[in-house]
Design a protein around this ligand. Sequence first.
Ligand code: SF4
Length: 432
Amino acid sequence: MHRACADRAASPRDSRTGLPATLRAGVAPPLHTLSPALRGAMIFPGMISRRLVVKRLASGLGMGWLGYEGVGEFVLGRKERELAMGFHNDAPSQPDAFSRPAAYGEPAGRLVRCTLCPHACTLGEGDRGLCRVRAVKGGRLLTLGYGNLCSMAMDPIEKKPLYHFLPRTPILSVAMGGCNLRCLNCQNWEISQARPEDVKRLEALPERLVQVALQRGAPSIAFTYTEPLVTFEYVRDASQEARRKGVRTVLVTAGFVQEKPLRELCRSIDAVTLDVKAFRDSFYREVSSARLAPVLRTLEVLREEGVWIEVSFLMVPTLSDEPSEVGAFAAWVAEKLGPETPLHILRFHPAHRLTHLPPTPLHALQGARQAATGAGLRHVYVGNAPGSDGGRTRCAGCGRALVEREGFRVVADELRDGACPACGRKLSGVFS
Ligand code: SF4
C-alpha cells in the first residue's frame, strides 16, 4: 500500500464528522491524513495546482541564479505560505469601476505581498489573494468590489449579536463578497466564498451608504455576513464618513487581521462582534484554514483601543462542543478583556460542508454557559436556542433581571439610562 494511504487508513476518524479524531484532541493532523476532497476543500479551495507550485519553485530557483531577491519568497517560506498562495491568474482582465488601489501591500521582489491579514499572500501579476478581494494588476495591489454590495438589510441589532450596544435599535447590515477564512460550517458561503464581481452589484459608495442609513432611521451600520476586514478600504472610508455624519459602525468579524490595519480601523469603528471559532489552533487550521493566535491578538488590540467588544463562540457538535473549552476561553476573556465582556455561546445548525452534523444539544450549551460563568464572566448568553433563558441580562451587582429577549426581540427592558433600577450599577456597554 502507498505510504500516504496506509497512514490515512491508520488514522482514527470521528465517525460522524469524518475528520481525524486527533482534531478533537487538539492535535493538528498531518495533511496527508485528510481525504483529498477534504484537503482540497479546506486548504487549497480551487487554488494553485501542484504543477503550478513546482513551476513556481522552479522559477524561484531560476530567479535565484539570476540574483533575484524574491527567490527566498519561493523557497525558504514555502511551507509557511502553503495556505496563502491565492488564486493564480484569476484577477479580472481589466480593473472595473469597483477597483481601487489597496492599502497594506509591499513589494516582495517582483511580486507584491499583501500585509492586511496574517495569510500574507505573495502575489504575482494577475494573481488574486486567498480572500478573493485583492489582486495584482499592472504591478499594483488592488482591492476589488469597493462599494459593490452583495447584501443590504435592516436587522435588529441583537441579531449581530450585540446585546450591550444601542439595544433595541435597527442596524443597516451590508456585505461584500469575499472572506479570508474557509470555515466548513459557513452559513453564508454563497457570498463569502465568491469573487466580489460575481455577486449582486448594489452600488453604494461610502457617502451613499451613510445616506441610506440616515434615510432608514438606523443609528448604526454593520459590516457583516461575510468578512469585512478583507474589504478594508471600503470599511475604513465608510466608517469615517459615518462618524462625520453621526452614524455608528459595527464589524461582525472573525478577526483574522494584522495589527497595523486593525489599529487604523479602530479610529472609526464603534463596536465589534468577534466570532471566535474555537479555543484551539488545530480547529482553526483544519476547519477554518486560519490560526488562533492572531485572532486573540485582535481581541487584545480592540480592548486597548477602547472599541466595544462582544464575543461569540459557535459550538459545533463533535468539533468544538466541550463545555471545558468554552470555560477555558471564558477565563481568557475575563483576564484579558474584563469580566463584563459579553460572551454569546451559539448553537450550530447544519450548513455548508457540515450538513451531516446535528444541531448542538441544548445540554452542551447550558454546560458551556455554566463553565463560562464559573470562569468569571458576568454576561454569558446562549443564542440560536429558542426556549432557553439564554437571552436574559442580569445586573452584575445585585443580580436583578434587566433585559429579557426572545430570539432577537427585546420583550422586557428595566434599564434606566443604562443602569440597574434597583442598585444603580451601570451595565457595561454603550446605551446612547
Ligand atoms: S487580505 Fe486577502 S490578499 Fe491580503 S493577505 Fe489576506 S487573504 Fe491574502
